[in-house]
Design a protein around this ligand. Structure first.
Ligand code: ZN
Length: 344
């Protein structure tokens, strides 16, 4: 038999195959199985394996749609080498719930990677996907969208520097952390470099996020944030679909030359600008705009008058609130300062 191009979900896939199937994760009280749906597309010869996943959060429609359309439209004839593996819905329970988290365990699935096969359902989903798909891949694109009350300027999130630990046993494994190059070829304007301090603060006991867990196993990974929770955005769908295709071209998996986008603006840690009082939010700042420290980013209309919301930070507006009622302390916008370039 020919050498398999990729082995996922316990199955070998040979050259020029396209297959979709489900993998059982666990059984529920009512007798239903929770399953993961996946698609594998292989090229004519060995090469790197690109994993594309979405739907860790159940209301992130645009990113799920990008993954579904990639699974539908890519075929073996478009591949030069290697394979593309797509899991469009990481957390089917959360999609049924129409919320960020599922109704069974209420866990945020993007805080439990690399998962636990004996844990709660979200941990089992993550563990099953990590062991069966992620570890069999060489690069990871984890597609996300803002939660239902907000919208994101499209951006990538790279793991912290020093988080990548190379692995030797795979012939097409990355030698170094190429997550920022993935972000560049995806074509997003912004890329966030998570600081090591931020990771330690939130994930003291486990890496938690997929793009943080994967590089510890030698797999460069980025999150890509696309659009507004609960809504399908055609503009951001196109960005996401074309971005994933371009990354696959850069890796030599898909035929065709990749588009050479410019370097993304590298952003530091995201800082929330919070509502001083409750009321109706009238946004002034626009997504992607650069705001100066002390400038007005929104007005809050209250029965007692109008209150200005000023940002204490300078930076790019990477997230805005879409649900227009706000209570004290809730996020109105999120601002990210650009990091100085290495030449500075
Ligand atoms: Zn998400």
């Amino acid at each position: 038999m020919l050498e398999p191009i990729v082995r996922v979900a316990g199955r070998d896939f040979g050259p020029r195959e396209k297959a979709s199937d489900t993998l059982v994760v666990s059984n529920l009280s009512v007798g239903w199985d929770v399953e993961i749906y996946y698609t594998v597309i292989t090229g004519p010869r060995e090469g790197p394996v690109l994993y594309v996943g979405a739907g860790s959060h159940g209301d992130e429609v645009t990113s799920i749609y990008v993954a579904l359309r990639l699974a539908k439209e890519l075929g073996p004839d478009e591949l030069e080498r290697g394979a593309v593996v797509v899991v469009p819905i990481h957390n089917p329970v959360a999609v049924l719930h129409k919320r960020r988290w599922g109704f069974i365990d209420h866990l945020d699935m993007n805080r439990v990677w690399p998962g636990d096969l004996e844990g709660n359902i979200s941990e089992r989903l993550a563990g099953t996907i990590f062991n069966n798909f992620v570890l069999e891949s060489d690069y990871v694109l984890d597609l996300h969208t803002a939660a239902s009350d907000g919208a994101n300027a499209p951006h990538a999130i790279a793991p912290p520097e020093g988080w990548f630990k190379p692995r030797e046993e795979r012939p097409y494994a990355a030698k170094t952390d190429s997550s920022l190059e993935m972000a560049r070829f995806f074509g997003v304007r912004f890329a966030k470099r998570t600081s090591a301090g931020e990771v330690k603060k939130y994930y003291a006991y486990y890496p938690g996020e997929l793009h943080v867990a994967a590089p510890q196993h030698g797999i460069p990974a980025i999150v890509v944030e696309l659009g507004e929770g609960g809504r399908l955005s055609s503009e951001e769908f196109k960005l996401g679909f074309n971005g994933a295709v371009n990354v696959a071209r850069w890796l030599g998996i898909l035929k065709g030359d990749p588009v050479e986008y410019g370097e993304p603006i590298i952003l530091g840690d995201f800082k929330a600008v919070r509502a001083p009082v409750g009321g109706i939010v009238v946004l002034k700042a626009r997504l992607g705009e650069y705001v100066e420290e002390g400038s007005v980013v929104a007005y809050i209309e209250t029965p007692r008058g109008t209150v200005e919301v000023k940002t204490p930070y300078a930076g790019y507006v990477v997230r805005v609130r879409r649900y227009a009622v706000v209570e004290p302390g809730e996020r109105v916008v999120v601002v990210a300062p650009p990091l100085p370039s290495r030449e500075d």
